[in-house]
Write a protein that binds this ligand. Structure first.
Ligand SMILES: [Cu+2]
Length: 414
């Protein structure tokens, strides 16, 4: 498996693990994932929760993306994603629970290792990508571990595949049809997606601590900011259960971020609650837990394993239109920003990069020339009308070197 992924996995073997050698055990966490063809990326740490003992080390191994690892004291505010301090290395090689440690930008194949000395549940995040988070659970030294390093790697590859499969499904949806709407005077507006949309609905199973399935929680994103959460439960008849969304690695850490409506069960023990949360625009993955309680006791919980993927591509990458038609690009993914940039004849990418954040050139193209959307974040659009036949190549100034390029072929009006 290590050969297929292209990097060596470092960690104690199962044999040395069982012998509890004095040397610290090293757990590997894979950073980001990529599909075999390279056009789907996943924004996650694998495994998303790694459980170690005080004195053990975690080694993060960067895949094909550009990410960081930032960790600090429980509850501490870390530098905002994308800010200069979030991208720079900080600290050393030991995390004692009270410092801020930061890998800085990790390029493909790079590693970053921290030794953890203080028990606790520590959440960490990427300094580049929103909602890319992971958790290290540090148990007291010598405590029994749920997984050996080898078992953790095996579980992590399964998690990565789930994210990438979700991305492949979104890609199939992106390619299923040419999306058009009528433009003025009999012209056509073609819709190109930049990146891929994440699912707008996601279901997670509710289980007891013993693993028994007792219901589910369904998250649905509305067209505008806002989310509805529906929790279904089978419990005791004619009972009342409270429910909430917590932040953390497990209900043990639990800080409630969103209370949910109580669940009242019927004579058969079945109940459903529906809650609308205003202004929640994404479904965070691996940060949220849903807990269902009877009195103060947690009777069921669910980890919200929402898939975190994207694609540094335009969909479709090549499009044929007629002179007078328009193309409207819409950015789908919240993990990244992109640009739609057409270079002028003889203009270099380096020259164009000076205008990366500035829209330039208006919305009509009458021939070769520079045009730039500026940075497109999730939900933002950019529209160009092509009046002159020709072949127009364009690129994303942030990701062109990773293959984010597109072509519009403008044919004479029929
Ligand atoms: Cu881009």
């Amino acid at each position: 498996m290590a050969g297929v992924l292209g990097f060596g996995l470092v960690g104690a073997s199962a044999a040395t693990f069982a012998a509890s050698a004095p040397a610290p055990t090293v757990f590997t966490v894979l950073v980001g994932g990529s599909s075999a063809r390279g056009n789907i990326s996943s924004y996650n740490y694998y495994p998303d929760v790694v459980t170690i003992d005080a004195g053990d080390k975690v080694q993060w191994v960067e895949g094909l993306g550009v990410h960081t690892v930032m960790i600090g004291p429980i509850g501490a505010k870390l530098p905002p994603q994308g800010s200069p301090p979030a991208l720079k290395p900080a600290g050393g090689s030991v995390f004692n629970g009270s410092t801020v440690e930061s890998s800085g930008i990790m390029l493909p194949g790079q590693t970053y290792t921290l030794q953890f000395t203080k028990p606790g549940v520590y959440r960490y995040q990427c300094g580049v990508h929103p909602d890319m988070v992971g958790t290290v659970v540090v148990q007291p030294a010598g405590a029994a571990l749920p997984f050996t390093p080898a078992q953790a790697v095996k579980a992590s590859l399964g998690q990565m595949q789930l994210d990438l499969n979700s991305g492949e499904a979104a890609k199939a949806q992106a390619l299923a049809a040419v999306r058009t709407t009528p433009g003025p005077k009999g012209t056509v507006v073609y819709h190109v997606w930049t990146d891929l949309p994440s699912p707008t609905q996601w279901t997670v199973p509710l289980t007891t601590s013993a693993g028994a399935a007792v219901g589910s929680a369904v998250f649905s994103l509305g067209a505008k900011a806002g989310m509805s959460v529906s929790v279904s439960l089978t419990g005791h008849p004619q009972s009342r259960y409270s429910a909430d969304i917590q932040l953390g690695a497990s209900s043990a850490e639990g800080r409630v971020v969103h209370p949910l409506a109580a669940i009242k069960t019927n004579a058969k023990g079945v109940g459903v609650s529906n809650t609308t949360l205003a202004k929640v625009a994404t479904i965070p993955g691996n940060i949220w837990f849903v807990d269902v309680k009877s009195g103060n006791q947690v009777v069921a919980s669910a980890q919200v394993n929402y898939p975190q993927f994207g694609s540094l591509r335009y969909w479709p990458g090549v499009l044929k239109i007629q002179a007078g038609d328009s193309v409207k690009w819409t950015q789908n993914d919240f993990h990244e920003a992109h640009t739609v940039t057409i270079l002028a004849p003889g203009q270099s990418v380096a020259q164009a990069e000076k205008f990366i954040a500035l829209p330039k050139g208006g919305n009509v193209i009458n021939g070769p020339g520079f045009s730039n959307s500026g940075l497109l974040w999730k939900g933002m659009s950019y529209q160009l009308t092509f009046n002159k036949p020709g072949t127009y190549h364009y690129l994303c100034l942030l990701h062109y070197n990773l293959g984010m390029i597109g072509t519009i072929v403008v044919q004479p009006k029929a």
